[in-house]
Design a protein around this ligand. Sequence first.
Ligand SMILES: Cc1cc2nc3c(=O)[nH]c(=O)nc-3n(C[C@H](O)[C@H](O)[C@H](O)COP(=O)(O)OP(=O)(O)OC[C@H]3O[C@@H](n4cnc5c(N)ncnc54)[C@H](O)[C@@H]3O)c2cc1C
Length: 378
Amino acid sequence: MFNNSAIPRIDPRRPYVIGPSGLKRIVLGEEVGSREQLQAHGHSKAKPVRSNGPFKQRSLVVIHTDRGALDEAARETLAAAAILATADTEVLALLFGGNADSVAAAGEAGADRVLLCEDGGYTPQRKLALLATVWQRESPSQLCLPDRGADADLGRRFASRHRLAVACDVIEVVPGREVRSLAPAGQFAVQPLPPVLLLARKVADARLPFRGLGSDGGTEQLPLLGERVRDLGSSSCPASQLALEEADLIVSAGNGVQDTAGLRQLAEQMGAAIGASRVAVDDGRFAREQQVGATGKTVQASAYLAFGISGAVQHLQGIKECRHVIAVNLDAAAPIVKRADLTLVEDCQTLIAALNRLLAAERAASSAAAAKPVLETA
Ligand SMILES: Cc1cc2nc3c(=O)[nH]c(=O)nc-3n(C[C@H](O)[C@H](O)[C@H](O)COP(=O)(O)OP(=O)(O)OC[C@H]3O[C@@H](n4cnc5c(N)ncnc54)[C@H](O)[C@@H]3O)c2cc1C
């Protein structure tokens, strides 16, 4: 089905592709298997705007940014809302913790207007109150959130507080009719389209052949309202005491690391938690609770430094949520290289020693500078 703005719209008997996870994904195009068409569009530079309006209705997408950035789940949810929107439907994004970069990314992912609000940490009552205000003011026909973490929590609270029907783990949407959700044992649960949708990962391909109006549609900063739960803020503790799942920076050792003392010193100097591959743990070099991977911990650090780790599939399972992976390996063809954003083909021991020297020198220089008396001029 095509609308008069010449941008392909979703067909009620829409085409789909089976994604790598085995789930159907909402796509654009006329035929099953339109993946190539979609990919071609995804790489085009100047994408047309999906719709310039006028908008008569809107779909609201609420997202907690990942320290100001939109992750895959966020962009997929925005894309799903944009794919499902008709030409007179505005896709309105409410971003917690968003900034100018995430406004631009939201526009690329299909948002026509963006509301920004500080993240505010764990403040469920304030976020609920803000969402209720936005809901009342904008009267959206649909509320979409990624079905994960703080977004899913907010969506469930909102639906429950306002007695709205909600569908969780949604993997397919038939516009105006019904949604399908994942159910146990590979079954699908089908229900009439509710006002609140919590969308599963990979529900849509975030590479759209169009973009939303983004900042051209307007941005607005909203304040968080009163809170009954008091956020006492965060306190710091040594990285070594931090649960690996909560660590933002991880230095991880594999079988290629012999200088374990050097690695521990590096982690301490960098303020990083220590992870390890199963081989390094089995070998007794690291504790079992430091094992990362399928049979160890799943971590979601902003930066994961993999020293002497080959990148076996079981290890990669544990780091799939990490934002940046930096690998140090002698073998430029090791599987970790494909996953890594940056690879240093280097001997671990040499690099660890060099980094330790560099950090120690920097620390000495900054403490010397701090100790230097400040001369006051008359
Ligand atoms: C059921 C099952 C579950 C598993 N679960 C996990 C799991 O949870 N986590 C996990 O990690 N593994 C797990 N494994 C094991 C996994 O398959 C791999 O065997 C393991 O991850 C390999 O660890 P590694 O990369 O440290 O060691 P290796 O495979 O020995 O690789 C060492 C790497 O270091 C590099 N290297 C060597 N010397 C140097 C040097 N001096 N400088 C730089 N690089 C160097 C090598 O080129 C190589 O790439 C599991 C396996 C099975 C069967």
